[in-house]
Ligand binder design. Structure first.
Ligand code: ADP
Length: 428
């Protein structure tokens, strides 16, 4: 069976967010890190076993031409797997500039798919993002009154999405407003028909509740392309007769040794490391100054792991309090310190997996990127949620073995996150 929904996400965490919503709505989902290379059989095999594939790009703030090129490559790959509908996922705060990239990418996908119409809605009511009369609200305030006004790369100073999108595209932009959405899928479809006749190519759609997104999901069933934040995901699986169920998040059984690699220095991770140390479990601290002095810190960490993995989980961490981090950054430079630590932890992760670790928790966004790259992971099957937005995933290693891995951004999770993660995997 081919995949049903092929998704193109403009950044990595956004891709995870979408994947997570799709799993919760009943789809088996694989998230791919960038477009697979030609002949990447591992990715193709993983994708064939899923209802939806989400390709994570880094196209949100790159030049529009590059974002278009990457998105079209992703589209071609997804179509080669038989994807029946394409979902272009952007941020729920519609992060973009008059140069793009939401408009140009949408248009390029429409052209490639040969379609003259699609919808656009960043609404995600569960996260406080709602669209009313075409205006995007963040919590109780308009987008233009929110912190996004001052975003360094994509400052959002206009909440009127019809105008914002209109400035980014050559197509006419229209609106499907709340009264229409409230009328249900048939009413939405009728309105879409009218807009199409008027030459509208892109319609911003209001949604202030999950019910609105479910109605919209049903209404867009026949469209080759939808564009949205991650919210619309809740309304699409039903179009293939899929319902929310624990089976969608089922991963292969977990085995092997357990380890945590933590390069996050955020408050939540500091609490998690503290709790792990307090519980008396084996932990090895990575000191950036010793790495900078040329000592084989990764080798020491792995020797420590050799002695303790059988009584694991083992923690290898560079996590420090903000003061200690500032001190190290003052001596080495922030970028240099970060890179040294990332490289060391990535080597440690590689060594741990070589030693038989098959359940790995990684803390830190940048750290996760480095670890995933070092392990040669190109795809992740999305499993059960440990915490909102943080699922266990299954990756296929180059030798065909399964690695259970979770990638936690710094500030996610409560103090017991590490032990809870392993307990959840054991129970599932
Ligand atoms: P988070 O998700 O918490 O932001 P990241 O992994 O994205 O975590 O970022 C943390 C950054 O800090 C990484 O570049 C990491 O290498 C760096 N880092 C980790 N530990 C230390 C430390 N002890 N001193 C200085 N920099 C560190």
């Amino acid at each position: 069976m081919g995949i049903r929904l092929g998704c193109i996400a403009d950044d990595f965490t956004g891709a995870t967010d979408l994947a997570n919503n799709l799993v919760r709505a009943g789809m088996r989902v694989v998230q791919l890190i960038d477009v697979p290379d030609d002949g990447d059989e591992r990715a193709a095999r993983q994708a064939r076993d899923a209802d939806a594939v989400v390709i994570a790009l880094k196209s949100r703030t790159v030049p529009a031409a590059d974002a278009v090129e990457a998105s079209l490559r992703a589209l071609a790959w997804l179509r080669s797997t038989g994807a029946e509908q394409i979902y272009f996922k952007y941020c729920s705060t519609f992060d973009s500039t008059p140069a793009g990239n939401i408009g140009p990418v949408t248009e390029a996908l429409m052209d490639a798919l040969g379609t003259d119409f699609t919808v656009a809605t960043p609404a995600f009511p569960d996260n406080g993002r709602t669209v009313f009369k075409g205006h995007l609200f963040v919590g109780d305030v308009l987008l233009s009154d929110s912190g996004m006004r001052h975003h360094p790369l994509t400052p959002m100073t206009d909440s009127n999405l019809v105008a914002v999108l209109g400035a980014q595209t050559t197509r006419t932009v229209g609106l499907v407003d709340h009264t229409v959405v409230a009328g249900g899928a048939d009413t939405i479809r009728a309105r879409i028909g009218e807009l199409r006749e008027q030459g509208v190519g892109l319609a911003v759609v209001d949604a202030v509740s999950n019910d609105d997104l479910v109605r919209l999901g049903e209404a867009v069933r026949e469209l080759p392309l939808v564009t949205a934040g991650s919210g619309l995901a809740i309304g699409l699986p039903a179009n293939w007769g899929l319902k929310s169920s624990a089976a969608a998040a089922q991963l292969p059984p977990a085995g092997g040794y357990r380890a945590v690699v933590s390069g996050s220095v955020s408050v939540a991770t500091n609490g998690q490391v503290r709790e792990f140390l307090d519980s008396g479990r084996p932990a090895f601290s990575v000191d950036p100054l010793r790495i900078a002095a040329g000592e084989d810190v990764a080798g020491e960490a792995l020797a420590f792991a050799d002695a303790h993995l059988a009584d694991g989980p083992v923690l290898v961490y560079s996590t420090e309090t903000p003061d200690a981090v500032r001190d190290v950054q003052g001596r080495l430079g922030a970028a240099e310190a970060g890179e040294l630590v990332e490289r060391t932890l990535a080597r440690v992760a590689q060594g741990l997996v070589e030693r038989g670790v098959r359940q790995l928790v990684v803390a830190g966004g940048e750290t996760s990127g480095a670890v995933v790259q070092a392990l040669g992971i190109t795809g992740l099957r999305i499993g059960p949620q440990i915490d909102p937005g943080v699922p266990w995933c299954a990756a296929t290693l180059s030798d065909g073995d399964t690695l259970h891995i979770t990638l936690k951004s710094g500030n996610f999770g409560g103090p017991g996150f590490f032990s809870e993660s392993f307990a959840l995997l054991e129970a599932s």
